[in-house]
Design a protein around this ligand. Sequence first.
Ligand SMILES: NC(=O)c1ccc[n+]([C@@H]2O[C@H](COP(=O)([O-])OP(=O)(O)OC[C@H]3O[C@@H](n4cnc5c(N)ncnc54)[C@H](OP(=O)(O)O)[C@@H]3O)[C@@H](O)[C@H]2O)c1
Length: 294
Amino acid sequence: MRTRLLVTGASGQLGGALALLAPEAVVLGRAAMDFDRPQTIAPAFATAAPGLVVNAAAYTRVDDAERERAAAFRANAEAPAILAGLCARAGVPFVHVSTDYVFDGSKGAPYRESDPPAPLGAYGASKRAGEEAVLACCPRAIILRTAWVYAAEGRNFLRTMLGAARRGVALRVVADQRGSPTYAPDLAAAILAIAARIEAGGWQDRFAGITHATGAGETTWHGFAEAIFAEAARYGFPPTPVTPIATVDWPTPTRRPADSRLDCTRLREVFGLRLPDWRAALARAMAALFAAPV
Ligand SMILES: NC(=O)c1ccc[n+]([C@@H]2O[C@H](COP(=O)([O-])OP(=O)(O)OC[C@H]3O[C@@H](n4cnc5c(N)ncnc54)[C@H](OP(=O)(O)O)[C@@H]3O)[C@@H](O)[C@H]2O)c1
């Protein structure tokens, strides 16, 4: 890609995947652009002199956000708004990432972009505030709402499951929350495909706003766990039983949406993109993980 990419969130799952797929990108971590020190944002932006910005940094600790509400809003709304404003003034395309947790999960069908958000907790509320703030500062921003992000590295459900099984923990996983696992490298590839379209055809108005982008297909956390161990078994991982439980039996500080499936039709119609099926993606993730165990 000729366009100079600036990616935030270097140490994160999505930022890391973007760094691998676009080695020419300027990928900044907290040391260079710290959302808790907003005065670092404009200088880092100026130094990078980007042709396109992808904001992959976020406060993602869903439960901690309840007691660190200000930090969540700083990283997920206030800082992205600053970045969006810088992009708008410089005419630089801005891609921001949001979450299925802006919804309460009560629709009973995959959510469309036009469905009204109703976040259940501070994290979801901060991400929703980020969507609004980003679009207020940069009306042509591209916001991709994703869900259940995981990778072979980082802090995620896949690695939590394997780690717990290795420690001999008896696994009980909620079977009444539905959603779509999204492999970070697949989301990164979609973002780079969008960047390539912008490079080829310009930052078109029809790209603007919120677009849903998750792995294709759906499951529950319990179904995801079972699929993880089925895949892991192919690499000699011992068979691991996973007991299905109800959300009420697994209390957390933040309520999760019961059904946060996202309808990704707009991603196909506007960008001509569809993320791969979550099961096929999981097979690739597992191959990557067992190729370099950590
Ligand atoms: N993970 C999921 O299941 C999920 C689901 C739906 C949507 N999303 C969204 O997808 C995007 C990517 O998520 P991810 O899974 O890649 O997240 P992640 O692995 O948790 O990484 C978050 C990144 O943000 C950085 N960050 C956090 N607070 C920061 C701050 N104050 N200043 C600068 N950098 C900061 C982190 O840096 P440090 O390492 O220094 O903290 C890290 O690099 C986010 O917008 C997230 O909200 C994620």
